[in-house]
Ligand binder design. Structure first.
Ligand SMILES: [Zn+2]
Length: 355
């Protein structure tokens, strides 16, 4: 029987961000507590795996030598800021970040070799804002991009990254903007304020034209628009693309109680999206799917949110959680129009989107 792998190491906790930073070790502690409480690791459907450290050559698949060197230096000097904002490093960050990239790589490697059915890399620092030459938005190395690039070195030519963090993954988009090997689809909140890119007319360049799909939703968008985007864009385009591997760049900060994200998504939307992506993986690539943790800062609920998606990966589910989330009808209406607009823009590249 094939199992769902959970890739985790305590090394991720050596990345210290200070007592008031939303991206803290308590996130991973809450997640691991929720998984242990459910006794996941004594069940035969799951296994806990330790990652290896990502060697420099893996980081160099997506990052410049200068960026890697800078992170190393800042950490050796005891830590400090890695950007002009709030991307903090401590003395343990370089090691933790190398483990984070190594976790994503280990997860895809195990699934690619058929030793696991699917896997979730529970990592921090997160990755999707980190670009080729910079750290940004709490992200140091781009973990999901290291995993995708590693798959490309193994000969894969159609890799899908679906990014459902509340924020646009500007780093991932930039890394794969001019390649057709990686299709990057992102559903996210209005990116005007942050990260400043991720609009629907950003569609890729050169060989990558049509292989970037951005669905930028108004603030306070909820489940209905997300489901419309899944059914009318993500699912048909994925079927047409026929990926050889599906990567999920998963942030839970779109959850309506999250203190950082500004969307109105329910608890239930996360296992629902996972279910749809697992079905797509089963239809297109023999179940090959790996999730990599990005954001999600509502610590009291994060453990259960992640648990609900990991249970889904093993074909199980959590007892239904009912949340009375707020609904902003005006935002929902505008969000529906965005889905139509993205379909129009992308219909140049995808047959299934032609009216
Ligand atoms: Zn985020």
């Amino acid at each position: 029987m094939k199992t769902t792998g959970i890739v985790y190491t305590k090394q991720h906790l050596h990345h210290k961000t200070g007592s008031h930073h939303p991206e803290s070790g308590s996130r991973l502690r809450a997640i691991m507590n929720a998984l242990r409480k459910q006794k996941l690791f004594s069940k035969r459907e799951y296994c806990l795996i330790s990652p290896e450290i990502a060697p420099t050559e893996d980081l160099e698949l997506v990052h410049s030598r200068e960026h890697i060197k800078l992170v190393k230096q800042v950490c050796e000097n005891g830590g400090g800021l890695l950007d002009l904002g709030d991307t903090v490093a401590s003395d343990g960050t370089f090691m933790a970040a190398k483990y984070a990239a190594g976790s994503a790589k280990r997860a895809v490697d195990e699934v690619l070799k058929g030793r696991l059915r699917n896997a979730f890399a529970l990592t921090r620092p997160p990755g999707h804002h980190a670009g080729p030459t910079y750290a940004m938005g709490f992200c140091v190395f781009n973990n999901v991009s290291v995993a995708a690039s590693y798959l490309a070195t193994k000969g894969l030519r159609r890799i899908l990254i679906l990014d459902i963090d509340a924020h646009h993954g500007n780093g991932t988009q930039e890394i794969f903007y001019d390649t057709g090997n990686v299709l990057y689809i992102s559903l996210h909140e209005d990116p005007h304020e942050f990260p400043g890119v991720g609009f629907e007319d950003e569609v890729g360049r050169d060989d990558g034209l049509g292989y970037t799909i951005n669905i930028p939703f108004p603030l306070r968008t909820g489940d209905d628009a997300y489901l419309k985007a899944m059914h009318e864009i993500v699912i048909p385009v994925t079927r047409e693309f026929a990926p050889q591997f599906i990567l999920l760049s998963v942030g839970y900060d779109g959850y309506f109680r999250d203190p950082v994200g500004r969307l109105n998504l329910s608890f239930q939307i996360y296992p629902l999206i996972f279910r749809k992506m697992l079905d797509l993986a089963s239809a297109t690539c023999e179940d090959k799917l790996v999730a990599v943790l990005e954001g999600g800062y509502c610590v009291p609920r994060l453990g259960k949110l992640v648990l609900s998606t990991i249970l889904t990966m093993a074909g199980s589910s959590l007892q239904r959680t009912v949340d009375s989330r707020p609904v902003d009808l005006a935002a929902e209406k505008r969000a529906e129009k965005i889905v139509e607009r993205v379909k129009k823009v992308q219909s140049k590249f995808w047959k299934v989107l032609k009216a």
